[in-house]
Design a protein around this ligand. Structure first.
Ligand code: F6P
Length: 255
């Protein structure tokens, strides 16, 4: 029983799936806020899942961030993924290059032996530039590919942490506080009820597009993300959550 408690987390997983109304939850031991190997374990679980779910000629759309990056790092050459095309779920969100969805999509392709397509979109778009860019044939073609995604893998962040990481203005940081933003996913900031309180101007999969995706996988852990993970359901509608023990216990016991 001790081994199972240490490595299986069956109970935690079931309770969390029930509470958050998810198809499946995978919990890895530890707290990724404190140790890096926990994020690597989440990455391993994500890589394993992608292998299991592989389907011929599918499109997999991925978001940015360190956790999805660790899924990419843990992927290995897989025959079933050779015909998979990895694409970024959204264009620039103000991340450094190693954490950008584009880079992560290319890394997944490189590690698994699959293919990739990139979408080149700058971060800070004015209304005018946004509306011009969205009509570009390259962008239109990419959006079409994105909308055919069978699987989406995305991260979830704490709202203030993400706004700061993207060097957002003090005004935005204040606005997010006022509106009670607890989390962020896909460039959408949301409150504890899972209501969107702010969205950036980036191009890519919209939340409506997610409805036609077969499997949405959220990967996020650490007790600092507990509130964000607990509220992401109504926003991104994940089917499967890969998280860690610290986030799972905080959500179940402290929120
Ligand atoms: O910026 C991309 C993104 O996926 C965000 O939507 C999310 O909040 C964040 O990265 C998660 O990053 P990390 O896994 O590094 O905490």
């Amino acid at each position: 029983p001790l081994i199972k408690e240490l490595f299986g987390f069956t109970d935690l997983e079931k309770q969390l799936a029930r509470m958050l109304n998810l198809q499946k939850v995978i919990v890895v031991p530890g707290d990724s806020d404190r140790s890096d190997w926990v994020k690597k374990e989440m990455g391993k679980a994500g890589a394993r899942l992608l292998k299991q779910l592989a389907h011929p000629r599918q499109v997999v759309a991925v978001a940015g961030g360190t956790t999805v990056a660790s899924v990419a790092q843990m992927m290995t050459a897989t025959a079933g993924l050779r015909e998979t095309t990895f694409v970024p779920a959204r264009g620039g969100l103000g991340e450094t290059v190693e954490l950008e969805a584009n880079y992560i999509a290319s890394l997944m392709a490189q590690k698994s032996g699959g293919k990739y397509r990139l979408m080149h979109v700058p971060d800070q778009l004015s209304d005018e530039a946004y509306h011009t860019l969205i009509r570009e044939p390259h962008i239109q073609e990419m959006l079409e590919i994105l909308r055919s995604a069978r699987i989406v893998v995305h991260g979830v962040g704490d709202a203030q942490t993400m706004a700061k990481r993207r060097k957002s203005s003090p005004d935005l940081l204040e606005k997010l506080k006022e509106k009670g933003a607890v989390g962020e996913a896909f460039g959408y900031y949301f409150n504890a009820e899972g209501e969107i309180v702010h969205r950036g101007h980036s191009i890519g999969l919209s939340l409506e597009d997610l409805q036609s995706v077969e499997t949405i996988i959220a990967v996020a852990g650490g007790s600092s993300k507990a509130k964000a993970v607990a509220a992401v359901g109504p926003v991104a509608r994940p089917d499967i959550l890969i998280t860690d023990e610290a986030a799972a216990r905080t959500i179940l016991l402290d929120l």
